[in-house]
Design a protein around this ligand. Structure first.
Ligand code: TIU
Length: 222
């Protein structure tokens, strides 16, 4: 077992490398590329691209040390039977979930837009968890996957900071995981929400978890 110390706010985290996993939330075309769900919700999708390069560097460093990597994707069954009507009803009718966009049907599993962006394609052996909601633990087998590996600490990356990353961190925190949110590997359509979302995690002595960055994660792994 390899003990590691990762510098973070509000304080450093002591963990075990073999009990640490990277959780890459929803780095999908639907959120990061034009013509998908993010754009359908009237967002400037280019704002999320800042997270791509740091995620790439972080993943390369983590993989070199054998750290377990798990990906998630938000999306629904082609018949939309797993999508709550209240979620389906949001947005302009022609650009709602299930409608045909530039990357296939919006936020539907199996469509080009649903896939992870090419820059961060998962490697063989890295599970991809499909989730119907914002939180990665809701109606998925993520908790089992992590428990079977004795994972206790999560390095959380992805989009968007205040939506799926935040919801997942809250769910993980309640399940006993130590969450380190890797700030430069996350992004939001709203820079203000990104900053405030991170502050909400570390407030009150780390009420929901810790915040760090890719450099500080990789430092003890060199
Ligand atoms: N709209 C928005 O900011 N996010 C989502 O709908 N999903 C995720 O964050 N993945």
């Amino acid at each position: 077992m390899t003990n590691i110390r990762i510098d973070a706010e509000p304080d450093a985290v002591l963990g075990v490398l073999e009990e640490t996993a990277a959780l890459i939330i929803d780095m999908q075309r639907d959120f990061l590329e034009p013509g998908g769900y993010g754009e359908a919700l009237r967002n400037d999708v280019s704002r999320l691209r800042s997270a791509i390069a740091p995620c790439k560097v972080l993943l390369e460093g983590l993989r070199a040390r054998g750290v377990f990597v798990v990906y998630t994707r938000e999306g629904h069954r082609p018949d939309l039977s797993d999508a709550p009507p209240a979620k389906l009803a949001r947005g302009e009718p022609s650009r709602r979930i299930g409608e045909v966009g530039a990357m296939g049907r919006i936020l539907v599993r199996g469509e080009p837009g649903h896939d992870i962006i090419d820059e961060l394609a998962p490697r063989p052996g890295e599970p991809v968890v499909d989730k119907p909601g914002k939180g990665a633990f809701y109606n998925t087998d993520l908790h089992s996957i992590l428990e079977h590996r004795d994972i206790r600490t999560l390095l959380v990356c992805g989009v968007t900071t205040e939506v799926c990353v935040h919801t997942t961190v809250r769910e993980a925190n309640d399940r006993g995981y130590r969450c380190l949110v890797v700030a430069d590997c996350c992004a939001s359509y709203s820079p203000e929400f990104h900053e405030i979302g991170l502050r909400m995690i570390t407030a009150q002595g780390g009420i929901l978890g810790w915040v760090t960055d890719s450099k500080r994660v990789l430092e003890p792994l060199r």
